[in-house]
Write a protein of this length. Structure first.
Length: 149
C-alpha cells in the first residue's frame, strides 16, 4: 500500500522544532539535552551546517562499548557522518525506504540549505497508522452508504 503523504505534512502534525548540539559538545551534555527533550537523536550543527547526527545508538556503540566516558568524549568523535537528509516534498514511503536501506531512525529535513525539521521512524509509523485509520473510516462509510458524493 503506497502512502502519498509528504514529510511536510508529517512536520505540520509533529512540529518542526529541531534540537542540536555543536560538534565540540561533550557526549554527556548531548545526552542530557536528549533526556530533557525526550528525543533519541540530535543534529550536530557546525557553522550553520549539518555536520552529523548523534543518537542513542552512537552512544551505545561508540562510547560505552569502547570504554570511553561521556564527560570526556566529544560528540564529533562519535557522531554519524555524512548525514542522510530528506526534503519536505519527499513521501513517507521514500523516507521509510531510506531509513531501512541506511539502517537509521532519524532524518533531518532540509529545504535548500536550511534545516527545517527532523523526522523519526516513530513519526512515520504514526503517519501510516493515521492514514490507514482514515482509509478504514472512508471504506466503512462507503459500505454503509454514508459516503459523500
Amino acid at each position: 500500500m503506497a502512502f502519498k503523504e509528504t514529510v511536510r505534512s508529517v512536520l505540520n502534525v509533529k512540529g518542526a522544532e529541531v534540537w542540536s548540539v555543536p560538534p565540540d559538545s561533550t557526549v554527556y551534555d548531548a545526552l542530557s539535552l536528549m533526556a530533557e527533550k525526550d528525543v533519541g537523536a540530535l543534529v550536530v550543527v557546525s557553522g550553520g551546517r549539518i555536520a552529523g547526527m548523534f543518537s542513542e545508538r552512537d552512544y551505545a556503540r561508540k562510547v560505552i562499548l569502547h570504554g570511553k566516558t561521556s564527560r570526556e568524549t566529544l560528540v564529533r568523535e562519535v557522531m554519524t557522518s555524512p548525514v542522510v537528509t530528506v526534503t519536505p516534498d519527499q513521501t513517507v514511503n521514500e523516507c521509510m525506504q531510506m531509513m531501512t536501506r541506511h539502517r537509521i531512525r532519524h532524518l533531518p529535513v532540509v529545504e535548500g540549505e536550511k534545516l527545517v525539521g527532523v523526522i523519526s521512524i516513530g513519526d512515520l509509523v504514526n503517519s501510516i497508522i493515521s492514514a490507514q485509520a482514515e482509509t478504514i473510516q472512508q471504506l466503512s462509510s462507503y459500505i454503509a452508504g454514508k459516503y459523500p458524493g
